[in-house]
Design a protein around this ligand. Structure first.
Ligand code: ADP
Length: 500
């Protein structure tokens, strides 16, 4: 024991105090004894928290029962041993009833040592029990805080009776049914949505079979009759005697379910309107071709028959009409191309990108030789792609690199880099470049940054490129510095790609 034992002795007779102190030392205690004889002195010394209290039964103006009462009111747990000259059964019973640890006759103080030892041991035991109870309460409070105050409802169910044996108190707040209703027979059948009643009963495949760990989603009706979607996670207990008990959690996923449903509806609407738009673009561009052919044919006829026969204005106007018709034919052709890329499913097949690239260059032969362009490339992989679409993609990008060239003959490089999940391609040129604010817009349909007088074109090429890359589940973007050149990058995921 650390330090001497602090013993408070309530005794009016000094020699009795000395005898008690002596008896303690003789019993081997390193005791620091303090005598008090009045109620006031006792109250003051109590504040110093003695280890043990020895008390005479009766003193002038105070007694052991009064001292015991004061000790209990202080809330301190200090062993209290009553010492007296005479013994009566009544006083013994009274003292023990009031909480004294022991009762000794003053002429039998040989028992004092063992009595103090036992009282100290009992007091230490009580302190330990109090500490364990406090620790247990702390754990319990933490568990309750964690489990019973969230929106996740813990529960336990007996598979024999199909009754809940425990439900977290939040169940009442979340679904509105009083907790005692949850424990009643038939609660599940009465409140599960008609289509989901089987969800619980499926937990046990056959009578006597033990429950399985399980996840399921079901609807329970709230007290107001609304259906609440719940995701249930079930853990079957493993001990043999309790195979009939399952425990789990229920989570309110009504909002999540509503969001999922509305997302699915949106996706459906979107794909329907997308399909409609694509069909519209395809039909419109297709059907416009016929009247346009008539317009072109008759304006050409007009030009042929009446050129030079009317006045100069008429010749000019016929020229404009012809040019407009040609331009429109061009636009419709591009629109048709764009809608074809959107409507036709890509036909994925193992494709040698080297061959596709060579074919694109062959198609660009005229502009290549006119511009004196030099096109270099990295070794290209074989991939599972739609070869005609990838050919068109390369042709559009290289064609643009030539069209938007600078003063000198263009140098163009096609690079291909393998990444963990995709191939990264880029077409780099040393042409006029693009201002950063147009990096996104240029991929939109009919988006151009120059007039047709400066550069011919219809603004559909990059929109087609984006469509092709997206249909291959890749990404396309541009990096550029005006006056320095542009780099058009795109990825083609490897998934489904065939290694060369
Ligand atoms: P088009 O070439 O018919 O104008 P695109 O859709 O192919 O249409 O390109 C859209 C616009 O993006 C072009 O008008 C041009 O301003 C810009 N652009 C495309 N490629 C390049 C390039 N390599 N260098 C500079 N500008 C480019």
């Amino acid at each position: 024991m650390p330090g001497p034992l602090f013993v408070l002795i309530l005794e009016d007779r000094r020699e009795d105090f000395e005898i008690a102190a002596h008896a303690l030392r003789r019993a081997g205690f390193d005791a620091r004894c303090q005598r008090v004889e009045t109620e006031e002195e006792f109250r003051t010394q109590l504040l110093a928290a003695p280890d043990v209290i020895l008390s005479d039964y009766v003193l002038p103006g105070f007694d052991a029962l009064g001292a015991l009462k004061m000790l209990q009111e202080s809330g301190l747990d200090i062993p209290f041993i009553v010492l007296t000259g005479a013994v009566s059964e009544g006083t013994v019973v009274e003292c023990m009833k009031r909480g004294a640890s022991d009762y000794l006759l003053k002429d039998r103080l040989t028992r004092l040592g063992p009595a103090v030892t036992r009282a100290l041991q009992e007091s230490a035991l009580r302190r330990k029990q109090r500490e364990s109870a406090a620790e247990l309460k702390k754990c319990n409070d933490r568990f309750q805080q964690l489990v019973e105050t969230t929106k996740v409802i813990p529960w336990e169910l007996d598979l024999e009776t199909w009754r809940f044996t425990y439900v977290g108190p939040q169940a009442e707040a979340l679904l509105g049914h009083p907790i005692e209703d949850w424990y009643s027979e038939g609660f599940w059948s009465a409140n599960a949505h008609a289509e989901d009643r089987d969800a619980l009963f499926r937990l046990r495949s056959s009578p006597g079979a033990s429950a399985q760990d399980h996840d399921f989603t079901c609807r329970l009706l709230t007290s107001s009759g609304a259906a609440m979607w719940l995701h249930c996670v079930v853990k079957a207990t493993t001990c043999n005697q309790c195979t009939r008990i399952v425990r789990g959690f229920m989570m309110d996923i009504t909002e999540l379910k509503a969001t999922q449903d509305s997302l699915a509806r949106h996706a459906e609407d979107l794909s329907a309107s997308n399909a409609e738009l694509q069909q519209f673009a395809s039909v419109a561009s297709h059907d416009l071709q016929e009247p346009l052919r008539m317009v072109s044919f008759y304006t050409q006829l007009l030009a042929k028959r009446y050129k030079g026969k009317l006045d100069a204005d008429a010749d000019e106007f016929i020229g404009y009409a012809l040019e407009g018709a040609l331009r429109m034919a061009e636009l419709i052709k591009h629109l048709l191309n764009y809608s074809r890329v959107s409507t036709r499913r890509p036909e994925f097949a193992p494709t040698d990108c080297e061959a596709v690239f060579a074919e694109s260059l062959a198609n660009l032969q005229l502009v290549l030789s006119e511009s004196g362009a030099v096109v270099s490339h990295d070794p290209l992989p074989a991939l599972s792609v739609d070869s005609s679409q990838i050919g068109q993609l390369l042709q559009n990008l290289i064609g643009n690199a030539i069209k938007f060239r600078g003063e000198k003959a263009p140098h163009i490089h096609l690079s291909a880099r393998e990444q963990p999940a995709a191939w990264l391609f880029s077409v780099k040129d040393d042409g006029i470049g693009i201002e950063p604010q147009y990096f996104d817009t240029i991929f939109g349909i009919f988006q151009r940054l120059h007039s047709r007088d400066e550069y011919p074109g219809s603004g559909v090429g990059l929109a087609i490129c984006r469509r092709i890359v997206e249909r291959h589940r890749g990404r396309i973007w541009v990096e550029s510095e005006p006056g320095e050149g542009s780099k058009f990058c795109f990825t083609i995921p490897k998934e489904g790609a065939h290694a060369s």
